[in-house]
Ligand binder design. Sequence first.
Ligand code: F6P
Length: 546
Amino acid sequence: MMAAIVSPLTDRTAWKALQAHYTQVRQLSLRQLFADDPERGRRMSVEALGIYFDYAKNLITDETLSLLVQLARESGLRERINAMFRGEKINVTEKRAVLHVALRAPQGESIEFEGTDVVPQVHAVLAKMAAFADRVRGGAWKGHTGKPIRNVVNIGIGGSDLGPVMAYEALRSYSQRSLNFRFVSNIDGTDFFEATQDLDAEETLFIISSKTFTTLETMTNAHTARDWALASLKDTAAVARHFVAVSTNAEAVAKFGIDTANMFEFWDWVGGRYSMDSAIGLSTMIAIGAENFRSMLDGFHQMDEHFRTAPFERNLPVLMGLLGLWYNNFFDAQTVAVLPYEQYLKRFPAYLQQLTMESNGKRVTLDGKEVSYQTAPIYWGEPGTNGQHSFYQMIHQGTKLIPCDFIAFSRPLHELGRHHDLLLANVFAQAEALAFGKTSAEVEAENTPAWLVPHRTFEGNRPSNMILMEQLTPEALGKLIALYEHSVFTQGAIWQIDSFDQWGVELGKVLAGRIIPELEAPSEAPLTHDSSTNELIRRYRGAKRP
Ligand code: F6P
């Protein structure tokens, strides 16, 4: 079913009102707004599901917020959310449903796709994953020579890698430390070499993770892994003990030589970048155990329910999506910095890059018309406090407006002297410094020489969100990821784009497919590319065969 027809974004009443409102608001100062309303900090925050979301340090007034909420309504966000949960094919260009929410629906709930309740299928796969994970963790799953598994190598790329790596790193303190986890994604042979050079094949399990089971990088690495394992194990029967697959494509899995009994299934209604809580999370489950994995799913589900039911004014993903859109479309901000003050979340910004930019990096609307406004901003970031000694200079004093998402947890996973107080003091201080800055009068009052005053002045008024949670648990991680997933959904619905396709990755794949045989052909073989590409190919051929 096609999505409900809504008017083009720039024709909507709330959009026009926001344009007019922006011209008044852009001059506002956060210092003034806080001075005028001593309750602003408490008022402009929402507490839900153990998340304290403080959005007071944004360049907004109550009117901004109500216009943004009105824009969400006029954009049919509610209908779009319902359509997703009903299993409608809202990924219109691929004619697919978008049902990652079913991956975390508890047993007994029902989510239908084409007349079938998919929740029992989801739980059947989860049970199969749990049984397998228990055997690997407990040493009952033996390698070909009878040794238990000590190393788990996930081979996958994009959504079949970024989620598993991020979740493993994020939940490392919950992981079984006797197992080593490695992740191979890149077609660059260095990735495979470094991940395996100190491993013993007899104790190594490869998880080949690929939704399609056709991706060049993953298939190449999977074949290399097979050769690497068989070079030591010397018996093709060993493949069954050392290789399992996660895929939607049983035929290709069987063709590769993996017994489909050792395949963990998911479905084409799960997008790659929304799949880390499907069987693609097998490495995560082996690392943290089935129970922790279930509590991560429960965190996701709580956020799904909040997104589905909470009024927009107090709906965390909706608010986050709207605030992002405010800077992206009205202040013309080009990027968003995601700054987790939690070392375990070091891969979270990289994970969010695929989630946000592969989803919303689109230039045409659902009906194929070119957009006349900006879509996805660039996401980037590093954990605090490291970034403070690197790029924060630009966020504080550069010429670009960079809205920031700070993420922090009140309780550390490792109590270590004063470390956590110092960490949290820094995250609160950064948000404060960005918002309120330091005026030239304040700098002068410190007896600063006049010539140095402009250099030491901070103009402030630089917006940020603060996401404060209690502790980084599997459940908290599930909530945090779903918060971003649904905020991406919110923005995509308003921009009226297909957040669930990724045609932009195709052309490069096709052209690489054409160039591969040219690099492997004899050096005199004729070339028909542009003169720049031809010369690059010739030089590479020359270097390869000097
Ligand atoms: O790069 C495009 C893409 O299709 C991503 O969307 C996806 O996550 C990744 O490739 C990997 O795909 P697969 O899981 O099918 O190997």
